[in-house]
Write a protein that binds this ligand. Structure first.
Ligand code: PAF
Length: 291
């Protein structure tokens, strides 16, 4: 595995990798890697003979008062994990090089970026799409792999690729979960023992919605209510939103179908977590961490 910091060096290394291997797959991350990221890297490896992975905690996608400064970082550990997952090019650009000045031109995600996560975190998806476009411009991947836990992000990246004609195939990989159902996230490290105990209710809430769906309920608001009831029982959890979502246009689904996504965001103590499930797949459609 080759480690790179500079943009020009990464651009050249990716061009070489494409010339040598024919195809290049890319996994953009913010680091503090966990099994979910490593699965993305392995999936990338199945799609292309060369894999690049970036680690960049992108200041542009954090709002005021969010956790940019304290976002967990551990470059030494990440290096070892990336190498073990078969990454060829590990890119850790600096903020100074990615943003030499405050960006004047950014990507506007459109209406689908202003709802659900975007409504609670104004400007978040503009920051995400801007950095993803910048990363894509340097790496020029044939395929890029994203996790389904960030389902709205994945949908917006797909839309950007289509609308701007970027010619990158987007693969979205199932969420990886702990044995009790908690979705893997770099932010889980913030949870103390009591909060970790409560956090399991997020996936249980999704499971309750799926259960209602399997028993024949198709009203989106009834599925949302089933999930909310699980979270309401725990005073240590503050819900930002629970929504039954049409995956195509990211609008609330009045009538749920197999393809709809039940998504939620909640603060467990001081830690904000997101999770979702595709109704037709249920939590079984996701992957369990090997532990
Ligand atoms: O999902 C993430 O880790 C980030 O949002 C991404 C895609 C790497 C952009 O900063």
């Amino acid at each position: 595995m080759r480690e790179i910091e500079r943009l020009d060096e990464m651009r050249a290394a990716c061009a070489e990798a494409r010339a040598a291997g024919g195809r290049l797959a890319f996994v953009p991350t913010m680091g503090f890697l966990h099994e979910g990221h490593l699965r993305l890297a392995r999936l990338a490896r199945e799609r292309a003979p060369r894999v690049a992975l970036s680690i960049f905690v992108n200041p542009l996608q954090f709002g005021p008062g969010e956790d940019y400064e304290r976002y967990p970082r551990d470059a030494a550990r990440d290096r070892g994990l990336a190498a073990s997952a078969g990454v060829d090019l590990l890119w850790m650009p600096s903020v100074a090089e990615m943003y030499p000045g405050p960006p004047r031109v950014t990507v506007a995600p459109g209406a689908a970026g202003d709802v659900f996560e975007g409504a609670v975190r104004p400007g978040h998806f503009g920051g995400v799409l801007t950095v993803v476009l910048k990363l894509f411009e340097v790496v020029r991947p044939d395929v890029a792999v994203f996790g389904r836990k960030d389902v709205q992000q994945a949908a917006l990246v797909r839309r950007m690729v289509t609308d701007l004609g970027l010619g990158v195939a987007i693969v979205v990989a199932p969420t990886v979960r702990e044995a009790d159902g908690l979705a893997l996230s770099s932010r889980n490290v913030y949870l103390d023992a009591a909060a970790r105990g409560r956090a399991v209710l997020l996936s249980r809430a999704l499971g309750a919605g799926v259960e209602r769906f399997r028993r024949g309920e198709r009203r989106g608001d009834a599925l949302v209510a089933a999930a909310r009831a699980v979270l309401a029982a725990e005073p240590g959890i503050a819900v930002d939103y629970v929504a039954c979502i049409e995956p195509g246009d990211f609008t609330a689904a009045a009538t749920a179908t197999d393809a709809c996504v039940l998504a939620l965001a909640a603060r467990v103590g001081a830690t904000r977590l997101i999770d979702n499930v595709v109704l037709g797949e249920g939590l079984e459609g996701d992957v369990r961490a090997s532990g």
